[in-house]
Design a protein around this ligand. Structure first.
Ligand code: KG4
Ligand code: ZN
Length: 368
């Protein structure tokens, strides 16, 4: 059973969802066009992701305007495919959920307008979702028995932060990167090493063949004692190391360089996650976000988390990278806005977790 009780008396809330509810979820915050269909008990009937990697590869990074246009071109087909795979027609839907931020504003707007149009056409309720809440929800989507409280590391190309999660809609940020995201560190490292795009996976694969002790890389904010992280130093160190090598050394030592670099980034992440797990006295530590696919990070958490007496949840890769199933899972504990209250909902590029509330615009709020 789900709930929509966020303590808000704005008169915007719609009906509580039930186990039988059928939810369409849409995610377009960055460069993946995603749609999923879930039932109210959190069962994923379909999850479709259209990656734009091949589009942005030639630029070496996501170009926001190109991403927005690609979402416009693909999203309708992605939604149709999710409906086809789940054998659910638009007429069967109970509610529509959508990522409203944070992310690329143009990309977000495509999802928000699409979701509003589908909801509006059938006068369905709409559930606005924070993208980071979605990443956190991937943990209980993957393991419905995961015990709260938990500490979850969300590490992707755009985010790197640690959250204490006391329930499906109760979270507090404990620490975050002060500069680059961990995924960005992997991607920029891969680029310096001449690997593929975005590069995190390729660097990980190369690192498996190398010696992690061959080179020493700095671990940002290591002695701070806090839970914030920094990844700009490790990236700069890699730049200078490769600059001072001959082309022959660069190709001969590539695997050792990748292994040592990965070890430093993973050490920064895992040390903070386990420190937070201990000091917050939680039952569970978990990973989320695309970087959770990293094989060393997964191995180390599964070993060291268990040794520390903690339960460990590492969701499958499909729920770690951006997807709409996690957005649907988060929506099941989000505010359900009834028609026409949500017509005033806007996308927000820099939405902080827990900050969202319905815009109080008398022209669109339902007075009931
Ligand atoms: O969550 P996600 O799909 O999108 C963002 O919100 O960014 O994460 C993508 C990030 C990219 O930086 C990608 O290189 C990284 O996750 N990634 C990895 C691995 N697989 C994907 N990083 C390290 N090791 C991997 N195996
Ligand atoms: Zn993400």
């Amino acid at each position: 059973m789900t709930n929509n009780d966020c303590g808000c008396n704005s008169g915007t809330h719609g009906p509580v969802l039930t186990r039988e509810s059928v939810l369409l979820a849409i995610e377009t915050s960055c460069d993946d066009s995603c749609a999923a269909v879930l039932t109210g008990d959190g069962t994923v009937l379909a999850s479709v992701v259209h990656s734009q990697d091949s589009i942005h590869e030639r630029y070496g990074g996501v170009v926001p305007e190109v991403a927005s246009r690609a979402h416009v071109e693909r999203l309708t087909a992605v939604v149709s495919e999710a409906c086809r795979q789940s054998a659910v027609a638009l007429a069967d839907l109970t509610a529509v959920a959508v990522t409203v931020g944070p992310g690329l504003i143009g990309a977000l707007l495509v999802g928000v307008q699409t979701a509003k149009a589908i909801a509006w056409s059938r006068r369905l309720p709409l559930i606005p979702v924070n993208h980071v809440h979605g990443h956190l929800a991937a943990v209980w989507l993957a393991d419905p028995a995961a015990r709260f409280p938990m500490v979850t590391l969300v590490a992707s190309g755009g985010h790197t932060a640690l959250f204490r999660v006391d329930g499906k809609d109760r979270f507090r940020c404990l620490g975050q990167t002060v500069d680059d995201a961990a995924g960005e560190a992997f991607d920029k490292g891969a680029r310096l090493l001449g690997l593929g795009y975005p590069g995190g996976r390729e660097l990980d694969e190369l690192a498996e063949k190398g010696d992690p002790l061959a080179f020493t890389f700095p671990i940002g904010l290591r002695r701070s004692g806090g839970l914030d992280m920094s990844f700009s130093g490790v990236k700069t160190a890699l730049y200078y190391l490769l600059r001072d090598m001959t082309p022959g050394e660069r190709s001969e030592r590539a695997a050792d360089v990748a292994a040592s670099y990965r070890a430093a980034v993973v050490e920064a992440l895992i040390s903070r996650l386990l420190q937070a797990g201990r000091t917050e006295r939680v039952f569970t530590v978990a990973l989320a976000g695309g970087v959770a696919a990293n094989s060393l990070l997964r191995r180390r958490l599964l070993k060291e988390g268990v040794e520390a007496g903690l339960e460990v949840v590492v969701p499958p890769f499909a729920f770690c990278t951006d997807n709409a199933a996690m957005i649907g899972a988060a929506a099941l504990s989000g505010p359900v806005l009834r028609y026409p209250a949500y017509l005033g909902v806007d996308a927000s590029a820099s939405l902080a977790l827990g900050d969202w509330e319905p815009r109080k615009d008398p022209a669109v709020l339902d007075p009931a």
